[in-house]
Design a protein around this ligand. Structure first.
Ligand SMILES: [Zn+2]
Length: 510
């Protein structure tokens, strides 16, 4: 496909879920809108909690901006006068300090490390002209500790997370530039990259298709990986402008990943709401549905019960899966395993009525294949394990150790094999990570590859007993530049000690 053709598809794929929660009264009422939000520190550690500076950049001319605290119901004024916590007067960045008791109020395990703090409310005179939800990230002892490794002056990483300091990104939002910097330090080992913003922008998350070599799914074959610094491996990028919505186990993460293959079928009536499904029995799957072409992806938490030509909607909040048709398009099952589906002829009706009216049009896999062609490669030889790198982009300096720890955890959850609690804004429930939502046929490997190589002393591509013995042979030796005890003094502390051992222990069996 031509470059322009693929970028047209990228724009189409800029689709999203649930962000409507962030702008209950509309994001631009009275010309006032929120641009970004920043919390310092970004993650609050419950074992040593501290007050948080909350900054919200507001565009327009509000006469006041408040934070309505969920803990007390009190509205506190946010300042833009350069006094107290506010850094610069009149720059549209409104600031308030949020106290620990307000941050931890009603915080429970089913919040999954994200607590609702309250609403930011802009006013013009006495009229409230917007409302934006605020959740804070909270770290507890239940989150596994991580080893943080300095890769370069502007890059640090853990086992499942990379942090790149890239101030320019928050000026031009050039994803390719950040990825290019990533590939200067890491090998071309990844099928997907997640980009998380440190500063939370009030924008929809989306998946950008970078490369496609699959036919029969409605998307043209093209390869734009070179402009991101990958030599033909990178397939797609998912962008999370709101870090608080990033969770590898959650359905939204998988929804965006799913856009790599779904839904690009130019096969009526499935083409009504590309890249989502139309109102249909497919809507309850992870890919959701939309009200028309390019529309925002919406959840459909219902079972459809036939009722004399119509369908009654019975609420169903069970953990979501990919539908059989989605699994076929991803390349995980064969055509014979895809059942019949149906699409409502009237796409202008709303599920909120509790009933959807027929008639419906039946869609069979044979109809799809006759128009789009068979999926090539088919499920017998298709790729089923995908490597994912997750990068958090920070604006001025490295994110904190607490932030690395919490986001490493949320990144690692994508490779989980158990159903887990999750939260996303006000939505809470159970979530199946990719392995389970794909009927144990797909896998995500979210490990950051490369840093472990410094622990592969015997260079056999495995971190195992031979490497431990190599380190033991040099235990407590005096080390100096340039070889640092044949590399065993990893932190260049001039001796091989428990710090070096700990650095490699997490990669044992890698
Ligand atoms: Zn979507």
């Amino acid at each position: 496909m031509t470059k322009s053709g693929s970028s047209r598809l990228w724009r189409k794929s800029a689709a999203v879920v649930l962000v409507i929660l962030y702008c209950a009264n509309g994001p631009r009422a009275a010309g006032v809108s929120a641009v970004y939000r920043r919390t310092t520190p970004m993650v609050v550690d419950v074992s040593s909690p501290e007050n948080v500076r909350l900054e919200v950049k507001v565009e327009g001319k509000p006469t006041a901006v408040t934070l309505m605290l969920a803990s007390s119901g009190i509205e506190v004024l946010m300042r833009d006068d350069g006094n107290l916590a506010d850094k610069v007067a009149g720059d549209g960045v409104y600031t308030v300090i949020v106290a620990v008791r307000d941050i931890l109020h009603n915080f429970t395990p089913d919040d999954v490390y994200r607590n609702f703090i309250g609403y930011v409310r802009p006013y013009v005179g006495k009229e409230r002209v917007g409302q934006w939800n605020v959740f804070f990230d909270i770290l507890t002892d239940d989150v596994p500790p991580v080893q943080i490794r300095r890769v370069a002056h502007d890059i640090q990483c853990t086992k499942h997370l990379v942090n790149i300091v890239f101030p320019q990104f928050f000026e031009d939002f050039l994803r390719s530039a950040v990825c290019g910097r990533f590939y200067e330090e890491f090998d071309d080992d990844y099928d997907f990259i997640n980009l998380i913003y440190e500063v939370s922008y009030f924008q929809n998350r989306f998946h950008a298709n970078i490369r496609n070599d699959v036919t029969g799914i409605g998307m043209t074959v093209f390869d734009g990986s070179a402009s991101y610094g990958s030599d033909g491996r990178l397939m797609g990028i998912t962008v999370f402008p709101i870090p608080g919505f990033f969770d590898g186990a959650g359905p939204s993460y998988q929804h965006e990943l799913g856009h790599q293959w779904i839904n690009w079928l130019i096969v009526p009536p499935l083409d009504y709401a590309i890249p989502h499904w139309p109102l249909s029995d497919l809507a309850s799957g992870i890919m959701g549905w939309a009200m028309g072409l390019g529309g925002q992806g919406l959840h459909f938490n219902f079972d459809l019960v036939p009722d004399d030509g119509d369908y009654l909607l019975v609420p169903d909040y069970k953990a979501k899966d990919f539908t059989d048709l989605a699994l076929y398009l991803i390349g995980l099952i064969g055509r014979d395993e895809v059942g019949e589906h149906f699409v409502f002829d009237d796409q202008d009706q709303s599920p909120s009525a509790g009933i959807l009216h027929g008639p419906v049009t039946t869609v069979r896999i044979d109809d799809i294949i006759s128009q789009a062609g068979p999926r090539v490669p088919d499920y017998t030889i298709s790729q089923k394990v995908f490597n994912v790198a997750t990068i958090i982009i920070s604006k001025e300096r490295f994110v904190s150790a607490d932030t690395m720890r919490l986001y490493d955890y949320f990144s690692a959850r994508a490779a989980g094999r158990e159903i887990v609690p999750y939260s996303s804004g006000f939505a809470k429930g159970m979530a199946k990570p990719f392995y389970l939502s794909t009927r144990r046929m797909g896998q995500l490997d979210v490990r950051i590859k490369g840093p472990e190589k410094i622990c592969d002393f015997v260079q056999d591509s495995h971190i195992d007993l031979r490497d431990v013995l190599f380190m033991a042979d040099r235990w407590l030796d005096r080390c100096r530049t340039p070889d640092w005890c044949d590399g065993a003094d990893i932190d260049h502390s001039r001796t091989v000690d428990s710090q070096d051992f700990a650095s490699c222990a997490e990669y044992y069996g890698f």
